[in-house]
Every structure is written in structure tokens, then in C-alpha cells.
Design a binder for this molecule. Structure first.
Ligand SMILES: NC(=O)c1ccc[n+]([C@@H]2O[C@H](COP(=O)([O-])OP(=O)(O)OC[C@H]3O[C@@H](n4cnc5c(N)ncnc54)[C@H](OP(=O)(O)O)[C@@H]3O)[C@@H](O)[C@H]2O)c1
Length: 304
């Protein structure tokens, strides 16, 4: 087992993560499929086995739980002695649907624009608690597992980190010009400053000051979390020049996080992360892939 390239995919018993595991396994990678609920992970691995893929193992993982991260790192160290690919896929949406039918009838996430904030009242709601959990998972969880795996990634000849992001992480959705400049200025940005920005956002979310301070008004925590993931990706790429660290927007896919709305399947959505996981050693680092195409981090206007 030690000779084979090995990948860990977070939050991967369903959706794009599951498809990423399947496509990586088809490429001959030894995959560790993970889920918060161990029996769900086991069932998904069984499904892959039935389809003829025997190079997938499962392990429990909650990226919000440091002891769960430590157990997974130990498991990978024991079985493979190193890690070649980490796909940070796990995320949550930070919203609840009050009227899912209306949300779907209105076009799903295509309507999640700040100018429609009044139309989403009674349809989709973001609370402080959901926002806080969203940032804990999407940003701090991603950061926690990445830091924990860096030593094992450093033992690989071709280390890759793939962070699932979203077009919702584009700074286009932010209305505070100074903050946008700060998050774009990777030369001067620090992890400590990202933390301060997140704490500032959460304070404003609690105090109902999103508009006043120029934050995104719809799916706000999710947008802030993915903007933070983008910035973190660029900082990590600079900090670890021997690791290819990139982020990928999978496209708008029909999965649970989108309430099963979207333009693409999870199978199509997984193509970008799989490509970024299998980049050759002279591939790019610190870039944003929109599906499989390199795209600027901030563009004038994106649709989901
Ligand atoms: N679908 C889209 O259109 C779209 C667009 C842009 C970006 N993305 C990104 O693509 C990635 C995959 O999402 P998806 O569309 O496949 O949605 P999904 O089917 O809802 O998958 C999300 C996964 O994350 C897991 N997860 C949540 N919190 C976790 C935690 N604390 N620890 C471990 N796992 C956790 C979920 O498990 P539980 O069931 O246990 O919560 C689930 O397996 C996400 O990063 C998402 O932001 C998706």
C-alpha cells in the first residue's frame, strides 16, 4: 500500500465528495472516504466496492472536532506513511429553507442576490448560530485539517491540496471596497487578519449590521467563508511552495447543499477537484479553477 498515491476527501459519503472519491479511485488512487457518521461512510465505500472499486477505505471525520482530525491523521500515517492528496470538500450552507418549494420555483441559487434580499424573506433564512457553524466548518475546519495533514503531505513527492470553493466566494459579492482590497492583497494579508475579518463579520451578523458595513446580504456566512477559503488557499500556496494548493468552484450542482437545485450533476462537479488533485508537478499553485478552467479570483460578475 505504501507505494500507491493516497487521497483523503472530507465530507465524502455523498454529493461532489463521493463523486471525487469515485473518480480518484478510478484513476488508481488509494482513497480514504470520510464522513461524520461512520456507518454512512461504510455504506458509501460498500457501494463503490460493488461497482468494482476496491481501493477505497472509510474513516470517520468531523472537521469541527480536533480529536476526530487527529484520529484520521494517525490512521493515514499508519496505513500509508504519507499523504499525497487532501481534498477539502466538506461544507455547510449556513442557511435554512423556510419555504423550499418557493426557493426552487424562484430559480434556486440564481436568485440569491443582494438585490433580492426582500424576496428571500420567508423563503431562506440565515441566523447567527447557522452563520457561526458555517464559518467553523467551511473555514476553520478546512484550516484545521489542512494544518494537521501538512507534515504527512510534506512526505509525498507530489503533494496536492484542493479546496472546494464557490463562485459565492468571489469578492464581487462584497460591498466594502477597502475590505475587498485587503482580501485581494495577498502580499500583505495574514491568517491573523483573516481571523479578525471573520470575527468582525460574525459581530455584524449578530448586531444586524451587514448592510451598514458592506457585507454580502444573502447567504452571507457562506460567501464570507468561501472568500476566506480563497484567501487561505493563496496564503498556503505561498507558504508551502512544494505543495500545489488550489481552489475549485465545481459549478452549480444538484446536491443537498443546493437543496437539489442546479445546472450540473455531482459527477460533473467532481471533474474540477479531481483534475486539481491530479495536476502534474509543474502545475499551477495558488489559483482558482472554475470547474476545470483557471479564472481570476475576482471577476466583474458571476452567476452561481
Ligand atoms: N453543489 C453546488 O452547487 C456547489 C457550488 C459551489 C461549491 N460547492 C462546494 O462543493 C462542496 C461539496 O458540496 P456538495 O454540493 O457535494 O454538498 P453536500 O452533498 O451537502 O455535501 C457536503 C458534505 O459536507 C459534509 N460536512 C458538513 N459539515 C461537516 C463536518 N463538520 N465534518 C465533516 N463533513 C461535514 C456533509 O456531511 P453531513 O451530511 O454529515 O452534514 C456532506 O457530506 C462544498 O464545499 C460546497 O461548498 C458546491
Amino acid at each position: 500500500m505504501e507505494g500507491k498515491r493516497c487521497a483523503v476527501v472530507t465530507g465524502s459519503y455523498k454529493g461532489i465528495g463521493f463523486e471525487t472519491c469515485r473518480q480518484l479511485a478510478l484513476s488508481g488512487i488509494q482513497v480514504v472516504l470520510t464522513a461524520r457518521n461512520e456507518s454512512r461512510a461504510a455504506e458509501s465505500v460498500e457501494k463503490l466496492k460493488e461497482s468494482g472499486l476496491s481501493n477505497v477505505l472509510f474513516h470517520q471525520l468531523d472537521i469541527k472536532d480536533p480529536s476526530s482530525i487527529t484520529r484520521l491523521v494517525k490512521f493515514v500515517e499508519t496505513h500509508f506513511k504519507k499523504l499525497d492528496i487532501l481534498v477539502n470538500n466538506a461544507a455547510e450552507g449556513g442557511v435554512i429553507y423556510l419555504n423550499e418549494k418557493k426557493f426552487k420555483d424562484g430559480g434556486g441559487f440564481v436568485q440569491v442576490l443582494d438585490e433580492n434580499v426582500h424576496l428571500l424573506t420567508g423563503v431562506m433564512e440565515q441566523t447567527y448560530e447557522l452563520g457561526q457553524e458555517c464559518l467553523k466548518t467551511n473555514y476553520y475546519g478546512t484550516k484545521g485539517i489542512t494544518e494537521a495533514f501538512v507534515p504527512l503531505l510534506q512526505l509525498s513527492n507530489s503533494p496536492r491540496i484542493v479546496n472546494l470553493t464557490s463562485s459565492f466566494g468571489d469578492l464581487h459579492w462584497f460591498h466594502n471596497e477597502k475590505l475587498k482590497e485587503e482580501l485581494e492583497d495577498i502580499e500583505h494579508l495574514t491568517e491573523e487578519r483573516i481571523d479578525e475579518i471573520i470575527q468582525w463579520f460574525l459581530k455584524d451578523l449578530k448586531a444586524d449590521k451587514l448592510q451598514e458595513n458592506g457585507w454580502p446580504l444573502t447567504a452571507s456566512a457562506y460567501k464570507v467563508s468561501k472568500a476566506a477559503v480563497n484567501a487561505y488557499t493563496r496564503l498556503m500556496a505561498r507558504k508551502f511552495p512544494n505543495i500545489l494548493v488550489n481552489c475549485v468552484h465545481p459549478g452549480y450542482c444538484v446536491t443537498d447543499i443546493t437543496s437539489n437545485t442546479g445546472f450540473s450533476t455531482a459527477e460533473e462537479g467532481a471533474k474540477g477537484p479531481v483534475m486539481a488533485a491530479l495536476l502534474p508537478n509543474d502545475g499551477p499553485s495558488g489559483v482558482y479553477f472554475s470547474q476545470t478552467e483557471i479564472t481570476p479570483f475576482m471577476i466583474a460578475k458571476r452567476s452561481m
